[in-house]
Design a protein around this ligand. Structure first.
Ligand SMILES: [Zn+2]
Length: 298
């Protein structure tokens, strides 16, 4: 029931936004009734915990402490920490943001205040300090370690690669690969519906495809894959998602080459083979617009 309510909120937030490309800002939502469920063991050191707007956070547990991937909404921090404490009472030493959207990074301040080191792509710090919409984040919410391409952790007996490929969902996207546990968190580059391409943060559909290709090369058929939103998946699911985007981009590119306008491209229904599985609550307009802009070289 709660998930249905959240989906309805997500739909209305998208429907009322000026553009379907815009990520809903749920930061002012009242989360009093929301319950963060117990963590789910994924593999090796890694657990998944689900926050508001069905966002997947991940955390690594072991002798060295805890690495948390994404912080979700600040109002849910108490519940998120309580969920982590069901598994480990070690200190939360690092928080890695997969990107700057509020449903992934609004809770940063709660962790920054207690001395957790926040790590993210360079662009995430800039966007939190000076967002395209809404208020600037508090100083303690800003990542203190930032990087342009990749940073490696040596933690809980395994190597952990946090890496950026291209501007895709946003230009600050990173994925986090726990190599020993063989689990990757892909942020919102890979989700259970058409990806949102946030052009206010320089997102680009071809960057999503490029990022997916790198992840597909990096992982194996045994790797457990945590999407930004949706169920734990495997490599084959990411290949299907990449092929869906290539299919949509190819169709839209052909229509643009014929001189079609955006309205004509939408009317030609280039996503019709995919909508049943991937349209989700936000529909197909956003992904068609993203493919149209990319096909025009924008
Ligand atoms: Zn996002």
């Amino acid at each position: 029931m709660k998930i249905l309510v959240l989906l309805a909120m997500l739909v209305s937030a998208l429907a009322t936004s000026v553009s379907a490309q815009v990520q809903p800002n749920m930061g002012t939502q009242n989360w009093d009734d929301f319950v963060v469920a117990s963590p789910e063991h994924v593999a090796g050191n890694i657990y998944k915990v689900v926050g508001g707007v069905i966002v997947n956070m991940a955390f690594s547990v072991g002798e060295d402490g805890i690495i948390l991937v994404d912080s979700n909404f600040q109002d849910l921090t108490g519940q998120i920490i309580a969920a982590i404490r069901e598994v480990s009472d070690k200190p939360i030493r690092f928080l890695i943001d997969t990107h700057s959207h509020a449903d992934h990074a609004d809770g940063n301040v709660s962790f920054g205040e207690t001395g957790t080191i926040i790590v993210a792509h360079d662009a995430v710090r800039a966007q939190l300090a000076n967002p395209p919409r809404g208020e600037a984040a508090a100083a303690l919410a800003l990542p203190v370690v930032t990087f342009p391409e990749q940073v490696n952790f040596h933690f809980n007996g395994e190597e952990v690669e946090a890496f950026h490929v291209a501007a895709g969902h946003t230009d600050g996207d990173i994925m986090v690969y726990f190599k020993g546990s063989d689990v990757i968190h892909m942020g919102d580059v890979f989700v259970g519906h058409y990806p949102i391409i946030d052009t206010s943060r320089d997102g680009h559909i071809l960057g999503v495809i490029e990022s997916l290709n790198v992840a597909i090369e990096k992982v194996s058929d045994n790797t457990k894959i945590i999407p930004g939103h949706g169920d734990v998946a495997v490599r084959e699911d990411v290949i299907e998602f990449r092929d869906m985007l290539l299919g949509i981009y190819g169709s839209v590119n052909s229509l643009v080459a014929e001189g079609k306008s955006l309205q004509q491209v939408i009317a030609a229904r280039p996503t019709s083979n995919y909508d049943a599985k991937w349209a989700g609550p936000q529909g197909s307009r956003g992904i068609i617009s993203a493919a149209y802009n990319a096909a025009r070289g924008e």
